[in-house]
Design a protein around this ligand. Sequence first.
Ligand code: GDP
Length: 444
Amino acid sequence: MFESLTQRLSGTIERLRGRGRLTEENIREATREVRIALLEADVALPVVQALIERIKVRAVGQEVLKSLTPGQALIKVVRDELTAVMGSQAADLNLNVPAPAVILMAGLQGAGKTTTVGKLAKHLKERRKKKVMVVSADVYRPAAIEQLKTLAEQVDVLFFPSAPEQKPEAIVKAAIDDARKSYVDVLIVDTAGRTSIDAAMMAEIKALHAAVTPVETLFVVDSMTGQDAAVTAKHFSEALPLTGVVLTKTDGDARGGAALSVRYITGKPIKFIGVGEKPDGLDVFHPDRVASRILDMGDVLSLVEQVEQQVDKDKAQKLAEKVAKGKKFDLNDMKDQLEQMQNMGGLHGLMDKLPGMGQIPDAVKNQVTGKEVPRMVAIINSMTKKERRNPALLNGSRRARIAKGAGMTPADVNKLMKQFQQMEKMMSKLSGGGMKGLMRGMRG
Ligand code: GDP
């Protein structure tokens, strides 16, 4: 996410971090670099100007120059201001209305609207425990209705059927009636998108909005379009009272311009970001966490949440108990850990959220993505039960046999055993000093 912006900014920041003293010249230089990085990331000019102005005012003030660690203080100023321009706090959906709460989704064709309806349905069902129904009012493309039906089945929510010969308002009114009868909490309405904004499209969605009075009207926009995303959202918000924006495709090589511009240009909060094509590729937008990620300070909180949602709790609990009792960590435990990692989208999905990752070239990151974890699992699979429980048995000839069984070289097996030893060491620190022990393990 926002890799090039991150790379540029973290370069600037690295140079400042350790400084014991900063001169005004250093600060001018740094703000110049931040400005160039923002412009290159396609952040809208008024946003860049406002940001730089605020950073400058604070940077030459007491807060930074008099600080014992001016480099750090300046980084904090930049992070605060990036956070503020994105809206400071995560903006929640308003669902506190008599059921069904209607969410109207608008956007240009191809922005990711239908995909987002599926993701949002899953999010509301699984994380907010809501009974969800979806309906398509896109009467121009029968394929769009079919696409939504398939998505609804995939995420297992109710689907209200519609057909091209119906009127959008009639469809949605019927869906609301049905939702009420079926005790649905949230009804998400997908609408037609066009290739660009046109009068007929605006008139139609305005009429639809007036007829169904949704509690949330979300504008879905592709982050790859940079600051244009903010401009399109602004046009829409002039015609329709938007309550928020969903920024899609932030997992691609979007430069960050959209994320940083939307709030300032439209006055509307970004509520969610799309982070992948699959139904679970939707994150709540947390301005502070995104700012930290842009500055390559990592997004450990999101990482923790992701782990909490996706980890097999029983297995995690068993391992925690085992470690607490001071029992030995073995290769079966390692295999469990690796498999859980795979469930979370492999190392790549996790790495993206760790501090400092922006510095690591893509070529290196790609080496550890995808294939690495399944290969490690394959090596462990080719060991006997006894060997997994007692890694000390693994002498040279056993390692050669395992390598052959997994279709790999003894060097691969040795590498895995090194990684195992590191994990084992970390676990033993954990059992000694709890969380503090782990933190020590990570640092040292
Ligand atoms: P609509 O015309 O606005 O309804 O757009 P669709 O929902 O059909 O999405 C258009 C394309 O964008 C599809 O190929 C989606 O898989 C893709 N897409 C949507 N959201 C995301 C996202 O967050 N990340 C990625 N990588 N692709 C997305």
